[in-house]
Design a protein around this ligand. Structure first.
Ligand SMILES: [Zn+2]
Length: 294
């Protein structure tokens, strides 16, 4: 299967999952995957769940995560959600070339929605000269998120070991878009058919998106879950989750909604193309990836 672009429809909206590449999370830069992704999981239960997924904690030494952005062509607007992680690692920064392969130039994008301020979601905002990489776009972000990354709050509240790289990306990729910026502070439509959904916890102003056309729904949940196991164990949070208890509440709200509405879901870090459905299982859920050809 092509793991760079994947076309699909939501009602009349023409959508495309677009890969920015993958990044390998491994020591010493990151804790081992099981600790990084499931920071508070009790050891015994963790081992049991991992083995159900054919993973051994000691042998699971790297987590290779896809980075999946999406383009939604509503007919009226051409919207890009998240911009990938140009410059983070050797296999990231492929968004523009993959957009081009899908027939889209950076100039064609009129709206860029940034779900949050982490390097893998804002890293393609600017080009090598530090200018906005999407010159004709309005950039949309949740106000609390913008305020966090552009004030001293981030400096004060971030963990020491991740602070440097997070701030480096924020400082390179946020100030240059200020002239094209539109902040939202409550749930509302960003363009007709695409609605901002409050989803804080992973970061202070993390945002999900409800995309709907002709009765069909796509919920872009970004980093409310990082791994399919988070559906099964929604109370397990990751080492990078900013406010753990809020992550768990947000996750439960989004997953219940997706299951109840039978919405298609796109999760940024899941195996490409990151699309699937959420099946309710008792008081937790299960991931059912869409069938892709080839
Ligand atoms: Zn992410």
């Amino acid at each position: 299967m092509n793991t760079e672009i994947y076309r699909f429809k939501v009602g009349t909206f023409e959508c495309m999952a677009v890969s920015d590449g993958t990044h390998t999370y491994t020591p010493p830069t990151f804790p081992p995957p099981a600790t990084f992704l499931f920071a508070n999981a009790p050891k015994e239960r963790l081992e049991q769940v991992l083995s159900e997924h054919n993973l051994q904690p000691e042998q699971w030494i790297e987590w290779i995560s896809p980075y999946i952005c999406v383009v939604v062509d509503t007919g009226e607007h051409r919207v890009l959600v998240d911009t990938g992680a140009d410059g983070l690692g050797p296999n990231t920064g492929k968004l523009l070339q993959n957009l081009q392969a899908g027939g889209i130039a950076a100039e064609d994008i009129d709206t860029v929605i940034l779900t949050h301020g982490h390097p893998d979601h804002i890293g393609g905002n600017t080009d090598a000269e530090g200018k906005p990489a999407f010159p004709n776009a309005r950039f949309v972000m949740w106000k609390e998120e913008w305020d966090f990354w552009t004030s001293e709050e981030a400096e004060r509240k971030l963990d020491e070991h991740v602070k440097e790289v997070l701030l480096k990306f924020a400082r390179k990729n946020l100030p240059p878009i200020q002239g094209q910026l539109d902040l939202v502070d409550h749930e509302k439509e960003i363009v007709p058919g695409m609605r901002a959904v409050e989803a804080s916890g992973h970061t202070p102003g993390h945002m999900a998106l409800a995309i709907s056309s002709e009765g069909k729904q796509l919920l872009y949940i970004s980093d409310a879950v990082l791994h399919p196991i988070h559906l099964q164990q929604p109370e397990w949070y990751a080492a990078v989750d900013f406010t753990p208890e809020q992550v768990v509440a947000t996750r439960r709200r989004l997953l219940s909604r997706a299951a109840a509405e039978n919405a298609m879901v796109l999760a940024f870090h899941f195996p490409f193309p990151g699309l699937g459905h959420i099946i309710q299982k008792g008081d937790a859920w299960e991931w059912q990836p869409i069938e892709t050809e080839g």
